[in-house]
Design a protein around this ligand. Structure first.
Ligand code: GLY
Length: 368
């Protein structure tokens, strides 16, 4: 059985390695925001699909600063956060939670500076402008009739803005989005659908769909991991037990369908996955399950989620996944997949995988 004691030295080693890799990245390619590696080297080409990852680099720099207390990381973390401040009014993407929770929230938590909180609030208010009254969901970046499971990781910033400004309508929007997602994208067996399509005239839900999964009726692993983590977060904002139950159902599905090492393929339903691992889904799930371990009412379930998260991290810190024994490799965590169907970032490091891996590792280190 993996214990915190056996895991801790591996976590410390992973943090040291992450520091080396991130220092090399930001010194060699200042002010760049690569999203995934190609042949193990960060790709600096402009993102070919959507701009959703620019917070994860600054987010890791904040984690490194909090871990080491080194002014170098503090200066870089502030710098990479400021580089994205203008995105607080970005209406092109549904990812303002990803962008600002990983950066400005960590910064604000350290300083309590009102100007930083104002950025978080404005980002949450911008996110809420995506709400479709007909259908009751925050629309995805792709189309007005499209609801993505990923938005469960971004709706938290709308709850946050509602809470900070005491805005009942913002709360309604965030809450309705979560109820709609739960109703149409989460299935009875605890699996999740990537996308929902709505009739824009009537608001009627039409069908489940996918962009990055195997099939419209299948279970894309990262989408489920986003939902597992996201429903836990919205439970913290609302104390609505339905959200906690949904998060636990998703976690149980993950545990039931994944090999004992804890790393799923890109889609659990694909009968012949070409790649066995989607490590970023595992990193997100580990971090989300560590949250659930603190939230679950049932102590046995809480222990199970913590234990499973430890198992995932034990696997991810092994040489198959952690790149510290792979000469010339520029990422931290190998074997992630961005977009299998488009052939983007396949069996590579992906910037959000690095962030959530480091976040989960830091939770283990700081949980004393
Ligand atoms: N756009 C979110 C994801 O690829 O998971």
């Amino acid at each position: 059985m993996v214990t915190r004691e056996t895991l801790l030295p591996k976590c410390e080693r992973a943090f040291d390695f992450a520091g080396k890799q991130l220092k090399a990245l930001i010194e060699e390619h200042p002010d760049q925001f690569p999203e995934f590696t190609v042949d193990g080297k960060w790709s600096l080409n402009k993102n070919p699909w959507t701009n959703w990852c620019e917070g994860f680099l600054g987010g890791q720099l904040w984690l490194l600063y909090k871990h080491a207390g080194d002014d170098y990381w503090r200066e870089k973390a502030e710098h990479y956060s400021k580089l994205i401040e203008h995105r607080k009014t970005d209406r092109q993407v549904h990812d303002l939670g990803f962008l600002f929770w990983s950066t400005y929230k960590q910064w604000y938590d350290l300083t309590s500076e009102e100007a930083l909180n104002a950025v978080l609030i404005e980002a949450g208010q911008t996110m809420a402008l995506r709400f479709k009254e007909k259908g009751q969901y925050l629309r995805s970046f792709l189309a007005e009739d499209s609801l993505f499971i990923d938005i469960m990781m971004n709706v938290g910033i709308v709850f946050y803005a509602a809470q900070e400004t005491d805005d009942a309508d913002l709360f309604r929007i965030a809450n309705q989005h979560c109820l709609t997602t739960r109703k149409y994208l989460i299935r009875g067996d605890g699996s999740g659908s990537h996308e929902g399509i709505f009739d824009l005239e009537s608001g009627e839900f039409l069908r489940q769909s996918t962009q990055q999964g195997w099939r419209n009726d299948s279970s894309w692993a990262r989408g489920l991991a986003w939902a597992l983590y996201g429903f836990g977060t919205v439970y913290e904002f609302t104390q609505d037990a339905r959200y906690l139950n949904t998060a636990c159902a998703l976690a149980d599905y993950y545990i039931e369908h994944t090999p004992a090492h804890g790393v799923p393929p890109n889609d659990w339903d694909d009968p012949e996955p070409k790649y066995p691992y989607e490590s970023s889904a595992a990193a997100i799930a580990a971090s989300g399950m560590l949250n659930l371990a603190k939230l679950a009412q049932n102590p046995a379930a809480a222990r199970m989620y913590q234990q499973y998260a430890y198992t995932i991290l034990d696997t991810l810190t092994s040489p198959e996944f952690l790149a510290d024994q792979t000469p010339g490799y520029e990422g931290i965590l190998k074997r992630g997949i961005y977009h299998l169907n488009k052939g983007l970032g396949v069996d590579q490091s992906v910037m959000w995988g690095e962030f959530f891996f480091l976040e989960a590792v830091s939770k283990v280190i700081n949980d004393d």
